[in-house]
Structures are given as C-alpha cells and as structure tokens.
Design a protein around this ligand. Structure first.
Ligand code: ADP
Ligand code: MG
Length: 437
C-alpha cells in the first residue's frame, strides 16, 4: 500500500499580497504525493511550477491552506525546526546548479554537512564516495566552472543527497543541458528513485522528461489541470486526461464506420486527428494558439493548407494571423508535423507505394523517435513486425508484445518502455493515416 508522504490542502499563493502588484500564482491546489514516487510537475513557463515546488519545500508560505510533509505541518514549525527538518529531509537541485564558484567541487558537496557531528575526514570521505559514484571524483579539487554543465549538475545532486535526505526537489535540473547530458542526469535521478527509494519531485516544461515520471502533474495558469500515474512500463494506470478521451472517441468511431460515406468519415474524424496530433506534439501554447494550430493541422491533413502555408502560419506575427513563433521553433514544429503527416500518408497510400517502401518509411520514422542502439538482427525483426502491423495482420497488442519479448523467443527484444513507446507511435501513425488518401 502506497504511503502518502506529502499532502497539500487548498493552497493559494499570492506574490506581493495586498499590494498594487499582487499576483496570484497558485489557485486552490490540492495534492498528494506518495513515498518513493518520481513526480514530474509539468506545464508551460509561468504556470506556477516553481511556485508549487517552493511551497512544498517550505520556501514560499502560502496565503492559506496546509502543507504536510511526513504529517508535519511545514508552515507551523518554528524557523529553526524548519531549518533542521530541511537539512535532514529535503535536498534541492537547481537549473543553474547554484554552486559556490570559489569553492572546490569537493567542498561544494561537503557544505551541507557542516552542521553535522561528523569529522572533516568523515564528511570528505562521504562526499568523495558520491563524486565517485557520479563519475566526477577525478575533478574533486577543481572549481565547478572547470567542469561541463552535466558534470556541474552531478555536483549539485551529490550536494543535495549528502545528508541522506529522502526527498529530492529539482527545479528544471536539466533545463540548461544538451540532450545527452540531460539524459545522464535523468538516469542518475531515476536510479536514486528506484535503487534508494528517494522520492523525487521534479519541475520541467520539457515534454521529453515526462517518460521518467510515475506521477505526472500537469499545470496551467496556477492550477493543476490533470494528473497521471504510470506503472514501470510507462502505461498510464490512472488519469483524468482529455487526450485519452479523444483517442477512445476515435476508436469508437472506427468501430462504427459502416454505413458512412468516405467523405462523411473524413469530415468527422479529421478534427479529432488534428486534435490528437497537436496534443501529441505537446508544444507550449496557450488555448488560443492550440485552437489555431489544431485548425491549421486539420487543414494540413485535408490538404487545403500546404507545407509553406503551415510554416508561414506558425512563423507570422499575430497581427498577420500567425502564431508568432520563433523562426527556428516554427521550422522545427512544421517539420515535425510534416514528417508525421508524410509517414501517415505513406501508410494509407496502399496502392501508390509498394509495401516494402512503405515499411521502410515507417520503420525509419519510428527509429527516429527513440534513442536506442539496435542490432541488425533486431532491425529485421522490427521490420517484419511493422510490415504486419501496417496491413493489420497483427493488432496493437501483438505488435507491442513482439517488440517486447526477447530475441531468443522470436521477439525484437526491446525493453518494455521502448516497446510501448514505439507501439503507441505506430498506432498514432495508423490512426492519423486512416482514410487519408
Ligand atoms: P514556472 O516555474 O511555471 O515558470 P513560476 O512559479 O516561477 O512559474 O511563476 C508563476 C507566476 O508567478 C509567473 O507569472 C511569475 O511571473 C510569477 N512570480 C513568480 N515569482 C514571483 C515573485 N517572487 N514575485 C512576483 N511574481 C512572481
Ligand atoms: Mg520555474
């Protein structure tokens, strides 16, 4: 039975309260966090993620409501009790590392131990052990800025757990890192969560990080708008997510297509497809922008908007009827949409493209979506599975299963998470591609 570790009850938080520039950042937030979960607080910039995290850590006193950590009311403790509690229970990791530039790597890690009873030697031994574990022991006597961003963040993690704190709070810990270093840091956090049973609460605006979590909190405009719980394979076990509603609506429609004309089907499902595809891209946008993009994607699927026009609408200023995206983002997003639509198109164009060619297109796309090394033997198995899935010779379950089971028993031998991810992408392709050409 899962144990509740942190509980927030009716939290409101207003900055500059009772002043002209008062700003309410959190609205009636209720939340329970279970022990040993990897929690991700996700949402666009400015939605209140850091405010929520700082409320949990005891740094930002809410207007009203309660924050209970291990059943202790955080904002009813005396200041000194809170400081002690903090030192023992909560470790913090920051986007900009917050290391002391004039101290050595080793001393940065040792700092939180200063108030403990350990000897200098004991503290340093403990710190070196952590540095060793995170692969930066040889840099112990350098100053932090001599290390790469990813390495500096590993110093930050070592410092955050030096007092063996059971709870780790991280505010955009990989926000400044390239994807490889980010992945390394996420792996370390994930290990701390799984092997040492630390409860991790991490803030991120980057959808790529969601896969690491088993409790995802979606925020928008100072409110929690959705929560998801996932099992170890990434399968969502509990949610009030509207996207899955949309998916299931579409599935129901698929089953009831008989009797409708091709045109009718198209008009019915294209808006849903547009919605699903837009959400799947998970771009940071406000409601107006999401609606606009959905509409544009819908027209792109139908072909009434071409590739150039799609890019123009993303890039153009609001006055000119666009989304006013940064040019590079617009390019990236439109390319994502284009490559998706192209691959979906190829699946549906059964008569125009040969079966082998189609399989290769889909295979290439799927592999571009996951970050894995794949052996030649696995590639062949995957190719076969994709081929059969496209022509519906095998269903989604069988497909995922084939990807998951070991090579020696005839499968592709991916791990569960990858199998799941690829199978979901495959489904999305088939769904968006359905009846397209
Ligand atoms: P996020 O971490 O999701 O980007 P924040 O929690 O930092 O969002 O901020 C939420 C909102 O509260 C933003 O509009 C931000 O400008 C405002 N805000 C954050 N900190 C302060 C502060 N100390 N004083 C006034 N407004 C603040
Ligand atoms: Mg923030």
């Amino acid at each position: 039975m899962a144990e509740t570790l942190i509980k927030l009850k009716n939290i409101n938080l207003t900055y500059n309260k009772n002043k002209a520039n008062a700003f309410q950042a959190l609205f009636d937030v209720n939340l329970e966090i279970e022990k040993n979960n990897f929690v991700i607080i996700f949402g666009p910039s400015g939605c209140g993620k850091s405010s929520l995290l700082n409320t949990i850590s005891g740094l930002e006193k809410p207007d009203d409501g309660e924050v209970l950590v291990e059943d202790k009311n955080l904002y009813k403790m005396t200041e000194s009790a809170k400081v002690r509690f903090h030192r023992k229970t909560i470790g913090m990791i920051f986007q900009s590392y917050n290391l002391i530039p004039t101290l050595s790597v080793l001393d940065n890690v040792v700092i939180p131990q200063i108030f403990t009873n350990y000897s200098k030697k004991q503290r340093e031994t403990k710190a070196l052990k952590l540095l060793d574990r995170f692969g930066i022991k040889e840099h112990a006597n350098k100053i932090p800025t001599e290390l790469s961003g990813g390495e500096q963040q590993r110093i930050g993690i070592a410092r955050a757990i030096i007092n063996s704190q059971p709870i780790l709070l991280a505010d955009e810990p990989v926000g400044n890192l390239d994807s490889k270093s980010a992945n390394n840091v996420m792996k370390i956090l994930s290990n701390l969560n799984r092997k040492e049973e630390k409860t991790i609460i991490m803030v991120s605006h980057n959808p790529d990080n969601i896969v690491w979590g088993d409790h995802i909190i979606y925020m928008k405009d100072g409110k929690i708008i959705n929560q998801e719980f996932r099992d170890t394979s990434g399968e969502i076990t509990k949610t009030d997510n509207k996207d899955s509603d949309e998916m299931s609506k579409l599935e129901v429609l698929f089953r009831n297509f008989q009797g409708l004309s091709r045109e009718q089907i198209k008009m019915l499902i294209t808006p849903m497809k547009a919605k699903i595809l837009t959400r799947a891209l998970l771009i940071e946008m406000d409601e107006r922008q999401v609606k606009f993009l959905e509409d544009t994607v819908r027209q792109r699927i139908l072909g009434t908007v071409d590739e150039e026009e799609l890019y123009r609408r993303l890039d153009d200023s609001e006055e000119r009827g666009g989304l006013d995206m940064d040019a590079r983002t617009a390019k990236k997003v439109s390319q994502k949409i284009e490559s998706f639509i192209a691959v979906a198109h190829s699946v549906s164009a059964t008569k125009k493209i040969g079966s082998d060619k189609r399989t290769e297109i889909v295979l290439k796309y799927l592999l571009s979506q996951v970050d894995i090394n794949i052996k030649f033997s696995q590639l062949n198995r995957l190719r076969e599975a994709v081929k059969h899935r496209i022509i519906n010779k095998i269903d989604r379950e069988k497909f995922q299963n084939l990807l998951d089971i070991p090579e020696r028993v005839g499968g592709v031998g991916f791990n569960k998470k990858t199998a799941k991810k690829i199978s979901k992408k495959m489904d999305l392709i088939l769904m968006i591609g359905y009846g397209m050409s």
